[in-house]
Design a protein around this ligand. Structure first.
Ligand SMILES: Cc1cc2nc3c(=O)[nH]c(=O)nc-3n(C[C@H](O)[C@H](O)[C@H](O)COP(=O)(O)OP(=O)(O)OC[C@H]3O[C@@H](n4cnc5c(N)ncnc54)[C@H](O)[C@@H]3O)c2cc1C
Length: 296
């Protein structure tokens, strides 16, 4: 399967945005079946450039993430990327996971530190493991053979008390450690993304592509929970609209498609290198957005 940095080079030469879809690892066998047999085949029709699969909190989905990425690549003939976190793993274990990935011809890794496991307030380094994701990036780079992605935070990472510019400088360090591209945390105000992108490229001289992560809103309750966890802001106007729609999830979903489409249209007009859509393992919103953008 192809390296994402090569896919990006081809898309760039053709002046086309790179489109990727993210899936989370389902908790149940039934969820896994639905993802593999219904959701992914439906979304594969949109011909994304690649798909990615998350790594569950606390390193809980080691086998599942690799298995799902392998199935996406083998059954659906789509390039896929495995997310990998430092949580609960020693360096030796991370090395084993990467060796296993290589054996499955998984060539793309999103290198993350990971969030603390449930019930733990702060991230704690595993003895013999890594404290920050730049160390995982360095480690994967030394192993060789992978295209490496890293996470970026347009509003600054929630745990970075020194301010967003400090967090962005740390992102620059991750890129300098060997990351080929950045995928951002969700955001709802494009101005946050443009400020971040211009700082990274203009002030810090970053040249790797920064792909905005777009989340189509599915329900007001869910989005409030997500943003509370990751620290992203819901702009006042958006919040007022969501409050007005209340628990009418169908109306919220339709509004979420409109909002994400408008967000993507502006991002594309402003020259982003691609779009990373958080599908939440659902087909409807992602399909509508990609079709409306004329990218299917
Ligand atoms: C696109 C995307 C996909 C994700 N997928 C997953 C997933 O699959 N599974 C999962 O568990 N989580 C996932 N996350 C969430 C992510 O793991 C968390 O946001 C996590 O808290 C930070 O990960 P990181 O890789 O950015 O960490 P880091 O880059 O290590 O940063 C973590 C914190 O440490 C600080 N820091 C970094 N370097 C230094 C340094 N040298 N000195 C002092 N402080 C430093 C940063 O400012 C930040 O506050 C994803 C996030 C994004 C944006």
């Amino acid at each position: 399967m192809e390296l994402i940095r090569d896919i990006y080079a081809t898309k760039r030469a053709a002046n086309r945005p790179l489109i990727s879809f993210e899936f989370f690892t389902p908790k149940t066998e039934e969820g896994e079946g639905t993802l593999l047999e219904k959701t992914i085949p439906a979304l594969a029709e949109l011909k994304p450039d690649y798909c990615s699969v998350t790594y569950g909190a606390g390193g809980s989905t080691r086998e599942k993430t690799l298995m799902l990425v392998d199935r996406i690549q083998k059954d659906h003939k789509l390039t896929a990327m495995a997310h990998l976190t430092c949580v609960g793993h020693t360096e030796a274990e991370l090395g084993q996971i990467l060796t296993q990935a290589k054996a499955l011809r998984i060539r793309n890794i999103l290198a993350l530190r990971g969030d603390p496991p449930e019930g733990m307030a702060e991230f704690q380094k595993t003895e013999g493991g890594f404290e920050y994701s730049y160390q995982l990036v360095e480690f994967i780079k030394r192993m060789g053979g992978f295209s490496i992605g890293t996470a970026g935070f347009p509003e600054g990472h929630i745990a970075c008390k020194e301010g967003k510019e400090t967090d962005w400088a740390r992102l620059k360090a991750k890129i300098d450690s060997g990351a080929d591209f950045v995928i951002t945390q969700l955001f709802f105000d494009n101005r946050d993304f443009f400020l971040f992108r211009d700082h990274m490229a203009g002030k810090l001289g970053v040249t790797v592509p920064i792909f905005p992560g777009i989340l189509p809103i599915l329900s007001a309750k869910q989005i409030k929970r997500f943003t509370a966890l990751c620290g992203a802001r819901i702009p006042a106007e958006l919040l007022a609209k969501l409050e007005a729609l209340g628990d009418d999830d169908e109306a919220v979903k339709a509004f979420g498609i409109d909002h994400a489409t408008l967000q993507c249209e502006e991002l594309l007009r402003e020259g982003v290198p691609g779009l990373h859509l958080y599908t939440l393992n659902k087909t409807h919103s992602t399909t509508q957005i990609v079709k409306r953008l004329g990218l299917a």
